[in-house]
Design a protein. Structure first.
Length: 159
């Protein structure tokens, strides 16, 4: 089941009612808390972003992100090459506004999950070629107060 198709109280939303950005934030925070409860808190910002990719994303969508990239200065890009919410827009079937609307709550989900893991970040989403989706995370304040330019060590390759 697609978790972001549920309301805050766990009941299924009416089919024509999308979640709002704040609801996505709350769902993301709850998913992060549940998905990472058995683990130690992330040691740094990079670990928090990896937890979103490896723990939160599968809890929400049934599989992890396809790639994670960073510039090592506080910006991360999570890519899902076949994002379920964009499948109806594949092959030019929708507009950029349709894609933005479909991704708004998911950007909130990522921001909420990161907030629950101790990262204050701005998250934007776009669909370069639906059903592919890119979620760009710009860290304002990392785990333990790390500055935006601190990624916590080793690099992350993209696939």
């Amino acid at each position: 089941m697609d978790v972001v198709g549920l309301g805050i109280d766990g009941r299924r939303l009416p089919p024509n009612r999308p979640l709002s950005l704040p609801e996505g934030f709350r769902v993301g925070a709850a998913l992060a808390e549940a998905a990472t409860a058995a683990r130690a808190p992330p040691a740094d910002t990079l670990d928090a972003v990896k937890a979103v990719c490896k723990d939160v994303w599968p809890a929400a969508y049934g599989r992890g992100v396809d790639s994670l990239r960073t510039n090592h200065r506080g910006t991360y890009v999570l890519r899902d090459s076949s994002f379920p919410r964009l499948a109806p827009l594949a092959g030019g079937a929708g507009t950029a506004a349709d894609a933005a609307s479909a991704l708004r709550v998911q950007a909130g989900l990522v921001a909420g999950a990161l907030a629950a893991l101790g990262v204050d970040a701005a998250v934007t989403a776009d669909a370069p070629a639906p059903p592919a989706a890119d979620f760009t995370v710009v860290v304002r304040r990392g785990v333990g107060g790390e500055g935006a330019g601190t990624t916590g060590g080793g690099g992350v390759g993209g696939g």
